[in-house]
Design a protein around this ligand. Structure first.
Ligand code: NAD
Length: 339
């Protein structure tokens, strides 16, 4: 039976990446009934909103979505569609594995960390306003016991289910005593309920330095929203960059799979960017659907193509202007051939 999945191509480079991902997933032999839904900057004129209600209704009905990146105007314009989807569907846990792959030059081998980012509160609650226009503005950072407890519990459950040894809670409780003080207290309480998993905590600035210098000492990181966003990109940089960093958003019942990276708009329509992050997000989706063998085949095929280093995009070549770099769709072809 075909899996009915909401498919959101997004905008910028999103449609090219989703086209490549779709072909790779279909090459596994698993069958899909794609429910394609438009969202993003390109549909503003057509629907009067970048996030039509029908997109959310489709995800609610199908329970699973695969998504390309969506552009958010900087400093002005409509609010982030990506954040709106996560909040509207209460997809509170953003899971972003970062693992080194053979063939990608990195500073440290054998890095394998998973960033678990709280997705619904913190500074992304979006409660901000001008105090005096053009002179002063303020933003309110929401941290709740409920939000902290469920994200830390998610991190421990994830660690248990995936044979992980350590959960590190990342915070700024020395300065943000009320908000991150609460987050850290709750994290310590939850940790006591998981004596089989080691627990420690790090202040976020120190965490960044430690990840750059000694990333192998870390395993599962659990962070409030903004710190999780920043540390996700740092973690992707440890393993080859945004082009290879997959992600997933989970709620109690619903799941949306999307790469860590954004829409890389300067490369739109150029068949240039790396489809790996989106394809590996698709592999995470296959795991979620229980299609473990198909997921493994996709991951192995990606690993083989990356290790060979021939049919890969510009970002995985020794220099950014390497003339032997292939395009998005050609890298997907190579992955399909490897499957
Ligand atoms: P970005 O992730 O789009 O790109 C930053 C840089 O990373 C690119 O210029 C490129 O050099 C590299 N990169 C990104 N994806 C790549 C890929 N697949 N292959 C190779 N290189 C890749 O970040 P940005 O430029 O800060 O943001 C662009 C837009 O995307 C913004 O509007 C932002 O709000 C949005 N965004 C969306 C999401 C999402 O859809 N979940 C996430 C982050 C940013």
């Amino acid at each position: 039976m075909a899996y009915r999945i909401t498919l959101i191509p997004g905008d910028g480079t999103g449609p090219e990446l989703i086209a490549a991902t779709r072909r790779v997933l279909e090459a596994t032999g698993v069958t899909f009934d794609w429910d394609v839904r438009e969202a993003g900057a390109d549909v503003m004129d057509k629907y009067g909103t970048p996030l039509p209600d029908t997109v959310l209704d489709s995800i609610r009905a199908n329970k699973v979505a695969l998504k390309g990146p969506i552009t958010t105007p900087v400093g002005t314009g409509f609010r982030s569609v990506n954040v709106a989807i996560r909040k509207a569907l209460d997809l509170y846990a953003n899971v972003r594995p970062a693992r080194t792959m053979q063939g990608i030059p990195v500073c440290h081998d054998n890095v394998d960390v998973v960033v678990v980012r709280e997705n619904t509160e913190g500074l992304y609650a979006g409660i901000e306003h001008d105090v005096i226009p053009n002179e002063a503005a303020e933003s309110i950072r929401i941290i709740t016991r409920r939000g902290s407890e469920r994200i830390v519990r998610f991190a421990f459950q994830y660690a248990r289910a995936n044979g992980r040894r350590l959960v590190t809670a990342v915070h700024k409780a020395n300065i943000l005593k009320a908000t991150d003080g609460l987050y850290l207290r709750v994290a310590r309480e939850v940790a006591e309920q998981y004596p089989d998993i080691e627990f420690n905590d790090r202040i976020v600035d120190n965490m960044c330095m430690q990840l750059v210098q000694r990333p192998r000492e870390y395993d599962v990181l659990v962070l409030p929203n903004l710190f999780g966003d920043i540390v996700s990109d740092l973690a992707s940089g440890l393993v080859g960059g945004l082009g290879v960093a997959p992600g997933a958003n989970f709620g109690e019942e619903l799941a949306v799979f999307e790469p860590v990276h954004g829409s890389a708009p300067k490369y739109t329509g150029m068949n240039k960017v790396n489809p790996t992050a989106n394809i590996l997000s698709g592999a995470l989706m296959l795991r979620h659907l229980g299609e473990l063998e198909a997921a493994k085949r996709v991951e192995n095929a990606v690993a083989a193509v990356v290790a060979e280093g021939k049919n890969v995009t510009y970002d995985l070549k020794p220099t950014r202007d390497d003339p032997t770099a292939v395009g998005t769709s050609q890298m997907a072809d190579a992955i399909i051939a490897a499957i």
